[in-house]
Design a protein around this ligand. Structure first.
Ligand code: ADP
Ligand code: MG
Length: 618
């Protein structure tokens, strides 16, 4: 079975086709390939321009999309229409990000639920998957323009801490952009590959990858042996990076000239201009001692000594993360064989020096830190293309494995090309009050609706004790052993009841059948993802109607006549929208109903809480 998987991945579809490596970053994204003549990885760029594409998407009044530098220029003047940091939203619900919601200057829909988050621009709703697909489409087009050949296959990198849902969302984004995503690779693994680590099978090393980008910091401790990368631990700060360095410089300048920080809020153009100057100063000071410039007649100056003092607190924070990561891996700095620097912000000399001091050894910084991840992805792509025969490839699953969820959607637990043996699990719940059984349908394939995939097995988890909808926690776990046998288990965690089944995952699929299944998924990607979005919107709308109805029934006495009428009208509008097969209309009606019910729901909750508190105090 390993043979089949590798054959496929190495391109029995179309042998000569190029596979690109993509770093889909929070701040910047880029594409790299292995140069066909030199066999060295290179980042793709047009003449006289940067290889980096800012991960920023702008929508104009007609819904036309621009990505990159042009969009970046509109970030401050058109905050509502300009989306940055979409990567932070991948696979997340509003609940996941609500503590940081002020970070986003565009409209992230607050539906107060655990369903996947959406962004509203004008009267359109976009999922993070769609937003990321715009960036990937731009990268694909650039690559095609530079290489003068179609680009349909890619390896995409993600942070090591990305969970299943975030990885799946990244795959979906690739698919939506018309890319067959052959593999999702961890960013620190890619960076290590770019330094040639792991390419020699006999090598055994422990590596620390220090990645300080525009807005995020990640430290990963990896272990390579037998050509296999294992993530021992990860740590970091999802709101710490180059932007913070820019901000301390801005603050310093404002202090110097006696201007209050409120000025930034009051004058957005000024805020944007001074931030850009600060970024320029920071970059300049990486290779010079004194930065001198002016803005609106005011002098802006900063020297290296001052700068290095200003960044100290930031460096200290990253070192605390490094210490925790080492502790989690059960290691000390002495156990680290190699330190790899990643991310544009590690170009700052004092950062490099401090990290080198901390680990007690020189750091690897010879490869451009903002390109190194993409270069590594290109190396991985080349290995998948079968051009680097010396490198061991693990046994991999040729097709994704998942279960059927509400509305007939395929929920992937183990993605195609995952290594074997493997295990994954995810929690599900009931959607009817008192529901006592759950049907678990196991499927194999790349399409978004299970009806288009191959059914492997089905079983029932019965005997779930009566509970309100949403309360049972059913954990479904997949385990593929080294022989490719899949064991699926479902367990209700509150009561402990469980059920399992054994499946042979690759039941007599021929190479040709596999190929057809893969090609189908790409041909149908657009409609599949549209269907998925619609089914999800329908599910969400249906659930909201049900919960609102329950809530209103229980609390009628606490609602005003106006509230009841407004709610009934909004519910009716949503009901109608559910028949229209348009996700944007459904999202808009869901949002409208939420807007109406949120104030009284909060009011009633507050009363309930204060009543409960009173009860305790007596
Ligand atoms: P991400 O991985 O988050 O997408 P990058 O690795 O591209 O981000 O890093 C972007 C950050 O690197 C920005 O904050 C940018 O200002 C910073 N940066 C780029 N070049 C330099 C430099 N020479 N000195 C300091 N910071 C730099
Ligand atoms: Mg990065």
């Amino acid at each position: 079975m390993a043979k089949i998987a590798i054959n496929l991945a190495t391109g029995s579809l179309q042998k000569e086709e190029i596979i690109v490596g993509i770093d889909l970053g929070t701040t910047n994204s880029l594409v790299a390939i292995i140069h066909p003549d030199t066999r060295k990885p290179i980042a793709l760029k047009e003449h006289n321009s940067s290889s980096l594409v800012p991960s920023i998407i702008h929508f104009n009044a007609y819904g036309n999309v621009t990505v990159g530098e042009q969009a970046k220029a509109l970030l401050i003047t058109e905050p509502q229409n300009t989306i940055f940091s979409a990567k932070r939203l991948m696979g997340k619900s509003f609940n996941d990000i609500k503590d940081n919601s002020s970070f986003f200057s565009y409209k992230v829909i607050d539906d107060n639920t655990s369903s996947l988050v959406k962004v509203q621009v004008g009267n359109k709703f976009y999922s993070p998957v769609e937003l990321s697909s715009f960036i990937l489409k731009e990268l694909k087009q650039r690559a095609e323009h530079i290489l003068k050949t179609p680009v349909n296959k890619a390896v995409i990198t993600v942070p090591a801490y990305f969970n299943d849902a975030q990885r799946q969302a990244t795959r979906d984004a690739g698919k939506l952009a018309g890319l067959d995503v052959l593999r999702i690779v961890n960013e620190p693994t890619a960076a290590s590959l770019a330094y040639g680590l792991g390419l020699n099978k006999a090598e055994e090393k422990t590596i620390a990858v220090y990645d300080l980008g525009g807005g995020t910091f990640d430290i990963s401790i990896l272990r390579i042996s037998n050509g296999i990368f294992e993530v021992l631990s990860t740590n970091g700060d999802t709101y710490l990076g180059g932007d913070d360095i820019d901000n301390v410089i801005v603050k310093y300048w404002l202090q110097q000239s006696g201007v209050k920080e409120e000025a930034l809020k009051l004058n957005k153009e000024f805020a944007q201009a001074i931030r850009l100057k600060a970024e320029a100063a920071k970059i300049y000071l990486s290779t010079n001692n004194l930065f001198n410039d002016s803005l609106n007649g005011d002098v802006l100056t900063i020297n290296k000594q001052v700068f290095e003092i200003l960044v100290q607190p930031l460096i200290a924070k990253t070192i605390i993360c490094c210490t925790s990561a080492l502790k989690d891996a059960g290691l000390t700095t002495k156990n680290i064989d190699v330190v790899v620097m990643v991310g544009g912000s590690t170009r700052v000399p004092i950062i490099k020096k401090s990290i080198s001091n901390f680990f007690g050894k020189p750091v690897n910084d010879s490869v451009h830190p903002d390109e190194v991840v993409a270069l590594g992805a290109a190396i991985q792509a080349d290995i998948l293309a079968g051009n680097n025969k010396d490198v061991l490839l693990l046994d991999i699953t040729p097709l994704s494995l998942g279960i059927e969820t509400m509305g007939g959607l395929m929920d992937v637990l183990i993605a195609r090309n995952s290594k074997i043996p493997n295990k994954a699990s995810r929690q599900y719940t009931t959607h009817k009050d008192g529901q006592s059984g759950m049907k678990i349908g196991v499927y194999q394939g790349e399409r978004d609706m299970v009806k288009d995939n191959r059914k492997l097995a089905e079983f029932n988890l019965t005997g779930i004790p009566g509970m309100p909808a949403g309360l049972p926690k059913v954990e479904v776990s997949f385990l593929i052993n080294a022989d490719g046998i899949l064991v699926v288990k479902a367990k209700e965690l509150r009561s402990g009841i469980e059920q399992s089944i054994e499946v042979k995952a690759q039941q007599n699929l021929t190479d040709a059948e596999l190929e057809t299944m893969l090609l189908d998924s790409i041909t149908h990607a657009k409609e599949d993802i549209a269907t998925r979005a619609l089914v999800e919107a329908n599910n969400e709308g249906g659930q909201l109607l049900e919960t609102t109805e329950n809530f209103v029934q229980k609390n009628t006495a606490h609602l005003s006549q106006e509230e009841l009428i407004a709610t009934a009208a909004a519910m009716q509008a949503l009901q109608l929208a559910l028949t229209l097969n348009d996700k944007d209309i459904i999202h808009a009606k869901v949002e409208a109903l939420n807007e109406i019910s949120r104030p009284y729901a909060e009011r009633i909750m507050d009363t309930a809480i204060s009543l409960a508190m009173k009860g305790k105090a007596v």
